[in-house]
Design a protein around this ligand. Structure first.
Ligand code: ATP
Length: 231
């Protein structure tokens, strides 16, 4: 389980006389449900909160732990448990083709090159991406890249998947496919979204507003609170 205790993220002022920038304020949460969604206006702190969960960002105050492993003191233990999918897949795809990228993910799990290639192709096939295996990453559509990035992250079977606005680049068909994939995942899933239907798929929805959690409930109640804040 991921636990946050009294977590704040503050960016010190660059110029003398300016105020420090508080991105998250004093957040305490235990994230135990299987599907947890984060919603909130642009700039409310969703990405900042998600990045804390696998140690991509460290808290200025308070602690974040994953199954008891502190993100500051034990970053490797944390990263091996928590996979992260970025909004922009180019931020995370390291190789020039999908098959190479998935193979890279599998490197620590499968030693033989031939077996690794076979498994990478199998994983891409399972997501309907097999025909794109050898195409340049730069010649894929944004949505295809997003799905390749997800395949690479899931290849190592992290216990928890964190996804920052995973449906943003997807068309209707791929969004439906992704929602089905998410529904069938064994992993715990924590994601941010601006799509209220996708948020409603969760067991629990957190509403962020100006760096605070202002509602934390099942989808209907949380989304009603969110609409109130937006109005
Ligand atoms: N390193 C940084 N220095 C200064 N400000 C930052 C830094 N990182 C993020 N911010 C600011 O913190 C606020 C929260 O950013 P964050 O990316 O967490 O928002 P978000 O809720 O994910 O927004 P969106 O829905 O637009 O993706 C924004 O106003 C952003 O400009």
């Amino acid at each position: 389980m991921i636990s946050l205790r009294g977590v704040s993220v503050v960016i010190p002022a660059v110029r003398r006389g300016d105020a420090d920038r508080v991105l998250l304020r004093d957040i305490t949460l235990d994230l135990a449900e299987r599907r947890i969604a984060l919603v909130g206006a642009n700039g409310s702190g969703k990405s900042t909160l998600l990045r804390l969960l696998n140690g991509l960002r460290l808290p200025t105050a308070g602690t974040v732990s994953v199954d008891g492993h502190d993100t500051v003191k034990e970053p490797r233990a944390v990263r091996s448990r928590v996979g992260f999918v970025f909004t922009d897949p180019l931020a995370q795809l390291l190789m020039s083709t999908p098959i190479e990228d998935v193979e890279l993910s599998l490197r620590s799990r499968i030693r033989g090159q031939r077996e690794r290639t076979r498994r990478a192709q199998e994983l891409l096939d399972e997501r309907g991406l097999g025909h794109l295996a050898h195409q340049s990453i730069y010649d894929l559509s944004g949505g295809e890249r997003q799905l390749v990035a997800l395949t690479s992250v899931l290849a190592v079977e992290p216990a928890i998947l964190v996804a920052d606005e995973p449906t943003t680049l997807l068309d209707l068909r791929n969004r439906r496919a992704l929602r089905r994939t998410f529904a069938a995942l064994d992993q715990q899933l924590i994601y941010s979204t601006h799509d209220l239907d996708v948020a409603a798929d969760a067991d629990r929805v957190l509403v962020l507003h100006e760096g605070r959690v202002i509602a934390d409930a099942e989808p209907a109640a949380a989304l009603a609170a969110y609409e109130e804040v937006l109005v």
